[in-house]
Design a protein around this ligand. Sequence first.
Ligand SMILES: Cc1ncc(COP(=O)(O)O)c(C=O)c1O
Length: 360
Amino acid sequence: MIALPDFPWDTLAEAAATATAHPGGVVDLSVGTPVDPVAPTIRDALASVSEIPGYPQTHGTPALRAAAIDALRRRHGVTGLEPDAVLPTIGSKELVAWLPKLLGLGAGDTVVIPELSYPTYEVGALLAGASVLRADSLVALGPMRPAMIWLNSPSNPTGRVLGPEHLRKVVDWARERDVLVVSDECYLALGWTGEPVSILHPSVNDGRMDGLLAVHSLSKTASLASYRAGFVTGDPAVVARLLEVRKHAGMIVPRPVQEAMKVALGDDEVLRAQRERYARRRLVLQKALLDNGFQIDHSEAGLYLWATRGEDAWQTVAWLAGRGILVAPGTFYGPRGGKHVRVALTATDERVEAAAERLG
Ligand SMILES: Cc1ncc(COP(=O)(O)O)c(C=O)c1O
């Protein structure tokens, strides 16, 4: 058996029990699972091909790949992508967890992940038998040459946005050393006071895709977490390698989900409406936290508020659980998260209002 860290959410059971016992019911702002119903147009798309019996294409339909390229161009100014360089994934978590393995990394390879980050980057390196190094700056890497660097802007959990200059420096450094840069951009469309930019934007990559991958998800932008819908794109040679392995391994997005993704990627109104909901909830929670002794750091984009009361994260988790509000301790995301909690914006308006009242 490969030794993996304890599954973090299991350790939240006690706080969850306390929060659930609140007479007004729990306000769950922990995992960050979408609560808004899937748009009718997307559900119709799913159903519209549900009679097809045959195996779907691992590469996704040409129409889906074209829709992904169009969406990246329209929404994020990404140009120069080839249709063959788009590969649908069964949500982005499975890709994050298996990418190092699918690329053939193993013992002796190092995967660099952000100091505070989504736990699955570490899990992916461990599944491949590679080493993990937490670092937010190139200086921290010294003379070493990692196999791969993960970036995540806007960040889970901090909501920090890396500007184009920062991204460019990483890309230039990595290209000089033939290191793959993988940018997890699942919150790219959720900029609030910060303006997230894709690693595939010409201001970052000089219009070249070599050595770069961007990972995208429809879970949050189209409220499609239940469908398991994501894609990876960038360097055509790397994507071709991934396609080859994924064909062998049966890592295929179901055909109805491919159709739903195509429609979701073409529908900017679904994204606009979802953004508006999260923006509203964010303002309510931000004000309630700030008015009641919390400090909020970063959080200029993404789906979370990175909040602190200057005390141990678990104390804050317990304090909030006593008010029926469940959040994640910052320690889930790395040792540097010891004084923060991550507050997700993913609850209904009614639950978010309840949280604000309880904080007051
Ligand atoms: C940074 C980051 N990457 C990837 C994922 C995985 O999302 P999904 O598998 O739903 O696409 C998440 C989920 O919360 C995330 O926060």
